[in-house]
Design a protein around this ligand. Structure first.
Ligand code: GUN
Ligand code: ZN
Length: 449
């Protein structure tokens, strides 16, 4: 493997900027016109001086380099139903999603879908993801094999659903357990892959199946767990009817041993104070899915309440409830949701959540999410602006004089916020995974340039 030296404007985080004013936020690490040195796929140094001739330059002057994005909740088969009109969660599942997922019983459909999905993640600057395939074991095998071929950090598992689902999408407890155990043996800890015990949501699993899922987590604490919780008021009411013994929707998972530091629960909009304390106590995280929450009309996530309660929040596209794999668009939607709640999310906080924050929430900060020596070189190269409107806005941000009213950090934030709000995958120039280019690349910016 060549020794690579990436040149550009490096931006990452050393700590959570929180909800501090943009000019005062802690944890921002901006290293313009720096070199990121990569050996055997790992970051070994960051420096201002050009390295010697035994380093192969990857020059991106004037471009932004960020850690590859981490999407903590996304459905691979739902590229087939992204942007489907007119329905809220439960009707959307029944009308669009379940029929599409049934097709993944066919190994050819699953294989094709895995390739399309992973290449699409890379084409949006996302290098790590926590993914729902389908109930079919073959959908996990194809997804994991294709992720391994791309060197990606992927966390996924067979979807468990043994009730309230149509024919062709239901398993049973015994077969599901056999499938899970075989898939865990095959994929958990294989390269950069990890297995997630994947409960679709409480409504589609029997108590016996939830108990089985909890046993798997207890037997092997390095497993992840992923599910949905408290997304939509109609769903919350229905789940309450199905599990009258539980104090709350979240409590169903707690009773079955499914809440722990490796648990990733999507949405968490309709939680009460006791639920929030339970998330903090167990170390479980909420995968905030703003695009999906707006598109399906589910509700406005209380991020300030999450921070107050002390539980972790990561950033997720939730395609196909969400309408874009772009984490820039996802961050833009997060800003709008918080604006409706009276909180102004900074681009620092949003970008931190999609990089270092996500890595920390998944226990992966030793490997991804920031540009520190020892981390794998998962990174994305961005143009600051794409198209005349964004270019105009970027030029205005660059030209603004700095001073006591507008510190250098506030000035950079102005630029970054416009990038986040106006940008998407069209701004992406290249995506690298463990020091290998997996998307983009042109002669002008290529190796040896
Ligand atoms: N709840 C249960 N299944 C799903 C799903 O596929 N998408 C979303 N957004 N919510 C769910
Ligand atoms: Zn989802």
């Amino acid at each position: 493997m060549p020794r690579l030296a990436f040149f550009g404007d490096l931006l990452d985080f050393t700590a959570d900027p929180g909800f501090a004013a943009p000019g005062l936020a802690p944890g921002v690490r901006h290293r313009p016109e720096h070199w990121l040195l990569v050996e055997d796929g790992r970051i070994v140094a960051v420096q201002a001086e050009a390295p010697g001739p035994d380093w192969q330059p990857v020059r991106h002057p004037g471009r932004l380099l960020t850690p590859g994005f981490i999407d903590t909740h996304v459905h691979a088969p739902q590229l087939d139903v992204i942007a489907s009109h007119g329905l809220a969660l439960l009707d959307w599942l029944e009308t669009y999603t379940f029929p599409a997922e049934r097709r993944y019983a066919d190994p050819a459909v699953a294989a094709e879908g895995a390739v399309r999905f992973l290449d699409a993640l890379l084409a949006h600057g996302t290098t790590a993801a926590v993914v729902f395939p389908t109930v079919h074991a073959v959908s996990v095998d194809t997804l994991m094999a294709e992720a391994a071929a791309r060197g990606m950090r992927l966390i996924a598992g067979k979807v468990l659903m043994d009730t309230h689902a149509p024919d062709g999408l239901r398993d049973d407890v015994e077969q599901a357990e056999r499938d899970c155990r075989a898939l865990i043996r095959r994929w958990h800890g294989h390269g950069r892959l990890a297995y997630a015990v994947t409960v679709r949501f409480a409504a589609t699993s029997s108590r016996a199946q939830l108990a089985m899922a909890g046993r798997l987590c207890a037997e092997e604490p390095t497993l992840y767990m992923q599910t949905h919780v408290a997304e939509n008021t109609e769903e919350v009411r229905w789940v309450g009817e199905l599990f009258p013994e539980a104090r709350s929707y979240l409590d169903i998972y707690h009773r079955h041993g499914l809440l722990h530091p490796r648990a990733v629960l999507a949405h968490g909009i309709w939680l009460d104070a006791e639920d929030r304390a339970l998330l903090a106590d167990t170390g479980a995280q909420i995968a905030h899915s703003p695009s999906s929450n707006l598109f399906l009309g589910s509700g406005l996530f209380d991020w300030a309440g999450a921070t107050e309660a002390g539980y972790r929040v990561s950033m997720a596209s939730d395609v196909g409830g969400g309408t874009s794999l772009s984490m820039l668009r996802t961050m833009g939607d997060a800003y709008k949701i918080q604006a409706l709640r009276g909180t102004r999310l900074s681009a620092w906080k949003a970008l931190h959540t999609a990089t270092l924050g996500g890595a920390e929430a998944l226990g992966l900060a030793g490997e991804i999410g920031h540009f520190s020596p020892g981390c794998l070189a998962d990174l994305a190269v961005w143009d600051w602006a794409c198209g005349p409107v964004a270019a105009h806005r970027d030029a205005i941000a660059c030209a603004r004089p700095t001073g006591p009213q507008h510190s250098p950090q506030a000035a950079l934030h102005e630029r970054l916020f416009a990038w986040m709000t106006l940008g998407d995958e069209r701004n992406l120039v290249e995506t690298w995974v463990a020091g290998v280019r997996r998307h983009g690349g042109s002669a002008a910016a290529g190796l040896g340039g």
